[in-house]
Write a protein that binds this ligand. Structure first.
Ligand code: SAH
Length: 506
């Protein structure tokens, strides 16, 4: 018998990445291949291992998207070569997700599988719009139905009129294309035209939108608002309730696009989301670690020759100490060394390792750092500068002019992550702020196309002057620049601007 790996059908939740289950997260972290749908959040893919095979099941091959048969075959093929395969499906795998068909295909092949339920959009999108699917005294049940069937492609299922007789809340999935037919049939079937209806599109994501109305007028309202699928339609008295969060955060409803490396993105996302903002990764950068090199190892084995170590980023600090540890070099070998850090963020990371920076320039820039170093370094002293491949030339130029001896060792590079699918044009247009945390992030985002028209209502935020300069090169001149080049600085910059802009009005 053929030997197969294990397949997990994992519910990705409705959109908000934090609505994934712990079990789902653990499986994503350990799987060898992940086959995912369009509705699963991009953020979830950040959990997978670097060498995990990521396959988008919604992809177009030739000129048609993969059919269910082909997806089944893809899962089977992957189970042949991989030990753990995650089939990541939006919401819950068994709620209209065709998960059942995938299971039957696996059973037929004798492939071991497991189902990991997920939070379904049918309940979660309603909740995020402030609608409880049941409510004491008003609705004692909810019925989840499809707005179109495979048999009657663009037609409202015949049973829709019968649904009018079911008491409680009706929740319709995949119904946007048939909204008119659905409301008509329900009214014909006996539901009162004034019955409250709510439509929630892109529920639990940064793009969530809601429209409220009645069976009689919801269709027009949805058209007027230009709402599109994916959306759920909630029909019944609960659709007239609003139980949205009562706490209003300073950045509620603000959409912020983020570019940068994982570490920075995670920190920014956390802080901004705590303030109520919606964050969206629009450009991901990845660190390529080159710290394992004979040149760097030699430098670390002979630390006595250096008097200063100069850090121009927190990445450099982390990789430096990581390599020291790998080479089992005791920190006491650093006791004679003085440390320079380009800014407070870098100095803070240095402090995580127990070292206070001896020199941090008043202003975050490589030039300023160079100038202050030149004043602080005595003629016989030597510098070690472990840094990025694309590090600033200005620093080196200034040191050379002053005849200061140094070793400039490239220990990492920052590369564009090609795994991230680009936001659609309409999504880019909806961003209130777009944050850049490095020049490489700017190049990565703008290289492919000119986005000036799309971004005309978006405020561009830069972590510091060097990044700002790169943005200028791409024709962006109105830029908010953080006073302090750090995650805190960016958060402060946006909060302040938003306060001035909206005047605290929401
Ligand atoms: N298994 C999924 C449903 C798949 S069917 C689940 O449990 O949520 C696809 C339909 O789900 C869409 O047409 C839409 O009606 C609904 N849907 C999925 N994600 C949604 C979201 N974030 N907001 C609103 N509706 C969503």
């Amino acid at each position: 018998m053929e030997k197969y790996g294990r397949v997990y059908l994992v519910g990705a939740g409705p959109g908000d990445a934090e609505l994934l289950t712990l079990k789902g997260k653990r499986l994503l972290q350990s799987c060898d291949a992940v086959i995912y749908d369009r509705l699963a959040s991009e953020k979830l893919l950040e959990y997978v291992k670097a060498d995990c095979d990521r396959i988008y099941a919604g992809k177009v091959v030739g000129n048609h998207a993969l059919g269910q048969e082909e997806i089944n075959q893809l899962i089977i093929d992957k189970a042949r070569t991989c030990e753990v395969v995650v089939r990541l499906k939006g919401g819950d795998p068994f709620v209209f997700g065709r998960g059942g068909e995938e299971v039957l295909a696996l059973q037929e092949e004798g492939i071991p599988y497991e189902i990991v339920p997920g939070v379904t959009s049918a309940i979660a999108a309603a909740a995020y719009a402030g609608i409880p699917v049941t409510h004491r005294g008003s609705s004692q049940s909810f019925t989840v139905i499809t707005g179109h069937t495979a048999e009657e492609e663009e037609n409202v299922p015949d049973s829709m009129a019968d649904m009018a007789k079911i008491p409680g809340t009706l929740i319709i999935l995949m119904g946007m294309g048939n909204l008119e037919g659905i409301t008509e049939k329900l009214i014909k079937g006996g539901k009162h035209p004034d019955t409250p209806v709510a439509v929630v599109s892109n529920g639990t994501t940064p793009w969530q939108r809601e429209v409220r109305g009645s069976l009689a007028d919801i269709c027009n309202k949805v058209k007027e608002e230009g709402m599109k699928a994916p959306a759920i339609i909630i029909i019944g008295s609960v659709a007239g309730l609003n139980m949205k969060a009562s706490i209003c955060y300073p950045l509620s409803g603000v959409r912020i696009g983020i570019t940068g490396t994982k570490d920075l993105r995670e920190k920014l996302t956390k802080q901004l989301e705590e303030l109520g903002a919606e964050t969206i990764t629009v450009g991901a950068l990845e660190l390529a670690d080159y710290s394992e090199s004979s040149e760097f190892d030699q430098a670390l084995q002979s630390l006595e020759q250096y008097h200063w170590i100069v850090f121009t980023s927190s990445n450099a600090v982390r990789l430096f100490f990581q390599r020291l540890k790998e080479l089992t070099i005791d920190h006491r070998k650093l006791s004679h060394i003085r440390f320079a850090a380009v800014g407070s963020g870098t100095a803070k990371v240095l402090l995580e390792y127990g070292f206070y920076a001896d020199l941090v320039p008043g202003e975050y820039s490589a030039i300023k750092l160079a100038q202050e170093l030149v004043n602080a370094v005595t003629p016989m002293e030597k510098l070690l500068i472990p840094r990025a491949v694309q590090g600033s030339e200005e620093l080196i130029k200034t040191l050379q002019e002053k005849n200061i001896s140094y070793d400039d060792i490239k220990i990492y590079d920052v590369l564009n992550n090609p795994n991230l699918t680009e936001l659609s044009q309409s999504q880019v247009k909806q961003l209130d702020y777009l944050v850049f945390t490095s020049s490489s992030g700017v190049h990565g985002f703008f290289q492919s196309s000119d986005k000036r028209e799309l971004l005309k209502d978006t405020k561009i935020v830069s972590i510091g002057d060097a990044t700002k300069k790169t943005l200028n090169e791409y024709g962006y001149n109105i830029i908010l620049t953080a006073r302090e080049a750090s995650v805190n600085g960016i958060v402060e910059c946006i909060t302040e601007d938003d306060r001035n802009f909206r005047g605290g009005n929401r």
